[in-house]
Design a binder for this molecule. Structure first.
Ligand code: GLU
Length: 505
């Protein structure tokens, strides 16, 4: 077989906000496509009108765009294989449904929901399959004329796949190896519904992967049970030659205990499970998002990439380009990956350090504005450079650095008790003179001048620095004193010390 062009797709159903596990699936598809110089398609699988949620599609596109996961084709991106929304492909599917009916791999069933319910009650573990289908109301038990008459008189029907029992179906999975499943456990899944004239997920998914020339299907583990049916459908259509290769990704697991990571875990433990904030149009509920919680997209990408995959060494901080180069489906884990939120914070911290101070400052500006501070960008940049190693989130810069923008009006009582000595007022009055006379006001020379003065007077360096810190910051925290004075400037530093002397003496 000649090497096919790599074409992969991310195929979400617009049933709500995209879960962080879905984001990881999109990311792995993206990494795989880019590594192989292939195409990534965004296909919207919206054939289940019952579960359609308005706004979900736009949310998915916005979230992935924010993260830097770009599509080559699809809804919102154009391309030659469209339309990419399944609800707009109705006419295409009908032909393939008819093909399966003609070849005897599918049949028409008229059983009403009430009839099915009755069977379920009568037969334990009822499944619509080879063992039961001949007891049901379908084109296998009715005559051709009866079937025709029912359709013509407007009876709703579904088309079901006819699974032959007792056959081993082999699914070759790039992550899991060969998975063998016996066809007897499969049911005759519904492929098409006359009521909305739309195929179900299984048929639409296979037909589209075929028509869109998809080479690899990389998706979540929850779709592994569907894979045997998909393999059969490829065979029934005569498309085995171009059947995509499968790769089913392991689940994202709860941070503690077992089971799949859910929205409830996020609510309970206080972290987002969605990329962007989500306003549920039905319930009005608002769920937090990584973006609104202060995460940098690069950090989210890096964090997710390593949940269930590793580069084969202990490298952790990796840019998108590095991830593209290193990604390998064979290094994806078969077992679930525990969601480690602390690690996510750690990545955000790393990316804040890596990012240009200018960029961080731009993100910090709106937060300053919200606190009523109107600061010069160059000054904000300087403060960010000094303080960013203390935070994991940009919004936390306010907590550690607000004193650079707003002079203290109160002085922390505990610090005052401990750090403000009897002679502090007198010493700081002298310190003001040292500062006033000293020029230039840079960190090093100001520090040298202050130390020379302290030494000549036989004062205690630590005491003076502690009192000065209380005056400048309002409490006992903050960076090196002369970093602070240099940033604040001579005037402001003196003003703050003067005020502290008045208030605290
Ligand atoms: N529509 C499915 C989903 O929501 C797609 C599964 C697949 O990728 O085949 O995940």
């Amino acid at each position: 077989m000649t090497q096919r062009k790599v074409r992969v797709r991310f195929a979400p159903s617009p049933t709500g906000a995209l879960h962080i596990g879905g984001v990881r699936t999109a990311l792995y598809n993206y990494l795989f496509a880019k590594q192989h110089g292939g195409d990534l398609i965004l296909r919207i699988e919206d054939t289940d009108s019952q579960r359609f949620v308005p706004g979900a599609e736009a949310y998915i596109i916005e979230a992935l765009t924010w993260l830097g996961i770009h599509f080559d084709e699809g809804v919102g991106f154009g391309g030659n294989y469209g339309p990419y929304r399944q609800s707009e492909r109705r006419d295409i599917y009908k032909k393939y449904v008819d093909q399966l009916l003609a070849s005897g791999h599918a049949y028409i069933a008229f059983d009403t929901p009430a009839e099915l319910e009755e069977k379920r009650k009568a037969i334990q573990n009822f499944q619509y399959d080879a063992s039961t289908r001949m007891q049901m109301r379908n084109s296998l038990t009715l005559s051709e004329d009866e079937t025709k008459a029912l359709i013509e008189s407007g009876h709703q029907y579904v088309v079901r796949v006819k699974i032959e029992p007792n056959e081993d179906i082999h699914v070759n999975d790039l992550i899991r190896g060969e998975v063998v499943i016996n066809s007897s456990i499969l049911d005759d899944k519904v492929l098409y519904k006359s009521a909305d004239q739309l195929p179900t997920y299984h048929l639409a998914n296979i037909v589209d992967d075929h028509l869109m020339e998809v080479s690899h299907v990389i998706r979540g583990e929850e779709w592994l049970p569907s894979a045997p049916l998909h393999v059969l459908l490829y065979r029934y259509f005569g498309w085995e030659e171009t059947m995509p290769q499968f790769a089913h990704l392991s689940l994202l697991l709860k941070p503690e205990g077992n089971g799949k990571l859910s929205k409830r875990d996020g609510d309970r433990l206080g972290f987002p499970v969605f990329p962007l904030e989500w306003h549920d149009p039905k319930t009005g509920d608002v769920s937090s998002g990584y973006r609104e919680s202060g995460y940098l997209p690069e950090a989210v990408v890096n964090f997710l990439a390593l949940l269930g995959w590793n580069p084969g060494n202990d490298q952790e901080v990796m840019s998108m380009d590095e991830l593209i180069k290193a990604f390998d489906l064979r290094h994806c884990s078969k077992s679930g990956a525990k969601f480690d939120y602390e690690k996510g914070k750690w990545f955000n911290h790393q990316y804040i350090q890596k990012k240009d101070n200018k960029e961080i400052a731009a993100l910090f500006m709106p937060i300053l504005k919200a606190h009523g501070v109107d600061a010069e960008p160059a000054y904000v940049e300087k403060v960010v450079g000094m303080m960013k190693d203390r935070v994991s989130f940009i919004k936390d810069l306010w907590d550690v650095a607000s004193f650079f923008f707003v002079a203290p009006t109160e002085y922390d009582e505990k610090t005052r008790k401990k750090r403000w000595k009897e002679d502090s007022a007198a010493q700081l009055t002298e310190f003001i003179e040292v500062l006033r006379e000293h020029e230039p006001f840079d960190i090093e020379s100001t520090e040298n001048a202050a130390k020379a003065w302290i030494e000549s007077k036989g004062y205690h360096l630590g005491n003076i620095m502690n009192a000065a810190r209380l005056a400048l910051v309002g409490e006992g925290k903050g960076p090196h004193i002369f970093d602070i004075t240099e940033a604040l400037g001579k005037e402001e530093s003196i003003r703050r010390i003067q005020r502290a002397i008045e208030v605290l003496k």
